[in-house]
Design a protein around this ligand. Structure first.
Ligand SMILES: [Ca+2]
Ligand SMILES: [Ca+2]
Length: 301
């Protein structure tokens, strides 16, 4: 009997040790998961959801005055007052969507072939695509990743372009230095293309579009917000900010056959750099210097 009792005691002790070990492992795993999740949403964190997917950057939450301050040169009179916008933490494409990324969508029958200009290579931003076609890409990305990828809203776009800057025109960068961050209609472009447009007083080295990420990123680690190609965003046409959402969501009322686009291009010269002025195009329009990038909310299911 004492032997059987001892065996039972040993079994109970072993079971308790096993339970304690499992408990400690579970606590450790939970802590590690929380730590990993926290790092995933840390501003500046980069990730991508598949091999062909765009690299995303986590953008910090914040609040800013959307629109041009009265002191901004070239500020349109019709723009109205600055409006306070609250932006939750979200993620945005580090680069514009490239031709190679578009081709991945074409190969999966999610997007249609596009006409490429002679100078365009695989890592150049895709252009010559309409707003409707850009949203087919985001639909393909949603199906591929099972995550709600989408275009940026106009408020998100401006928040990322400013990257904590207070000025809207050039987003606080001196025009003599804009070529360090942006592929614009610069001295190189005027020298090679000779369109007779007023060029910006600097040289970025590209007369057409440039491979994405060639120039320096902004304070949020995002490239080519200003220049390279203009970028389609979600919002519908409206004449002023009044009644626009202040939570950085898109305005989807108004004239929705016209959609907003932002940011300037390799073909943009100073008068087109009035960044806060509303610009809209018919959603079926295609331009050789108009592309897009994508966004993904972090609180999305
Ligand atoms: Ca240029
Ligand atoms: Ca751009």
């Amino acid at each position: 009997m004492p032997g059987i009792l001892q065996k039972k005691l040993n079994t109970i002790e072993a079971t308790q040790i096993l339970k304690q070990t499992v408990f400690v492992l579970l606590v450790f795993a939970t802590f590690a998961l929380h730590l990993f999740a926290a790092q995933m949403i840390e501003p500046g964190h980069e990730f991508k959801d598949c091999d062909d997917c765009p690299i995303m950057v986590v953008i910090p939450e914040g609040q800013y005055g959307m629109g041009g301050p009265p002191i901004d040169q070239g500020r349109p009179f019709s723009e109205g007052e600055l409006r306070l916008v609250n932006v939750p933490r979200f993620s945005v494409g580090k680069y514009e969507i490239t031709v190679n990324q578009w081709r991945a969508c074409v190969n999966d029958d999610g997007c249609q072939e596009i006409k490429l200009e002679d100078w365009v290579e695989g890592e150049h931003p895709v252009a010559n695509i309409s707003w409707t076609e850009a949203t087919k890409y985001t639909k393909w990305l949603r199906q591929k990743t099972e995550k709600p990828y989408r275009l940026l809203t106009e408020a998100e776009w401006e928040y990322v372009a400013r990257a904590n800057g207070t000025r809207a025109r050039f987003f606080g960068v001196k025009k003599e230095e804009i070529c360090r961050f942006s592929n614009v209609y610069d001295e190189t472009a005027e020298e090679v293309l000779g369109y007779g447009l007023e060029s910006l007083p600097c040289s970025d080295g590209f007369e057409h579009s440039a491979p994405v990420g060639t120039l320096k990123p902004n304070q949020f680690g995002v490239h080519d917000m200003v220049g390279n190609v203009w970028e389609w965003v979600e919002d519908c046409q409206a004449t002023h900010w009044r009644n626009a959402p202040n939570d950085s969501s898109a305005r989807v009322s108004g004239i929705c056959t016209e959609r907003a686009y932002r940011g300037g291009s390799w073909l943009s010269h100073p008068p087109k750099y009035l960044q806060t002025h509303h610009r809209y195009k018919f959603l079926g329009s295609r331009e050789i210097d108009l592309g897009f990038r994508v966004a993904l909310s972090l609180d999305a299911p």
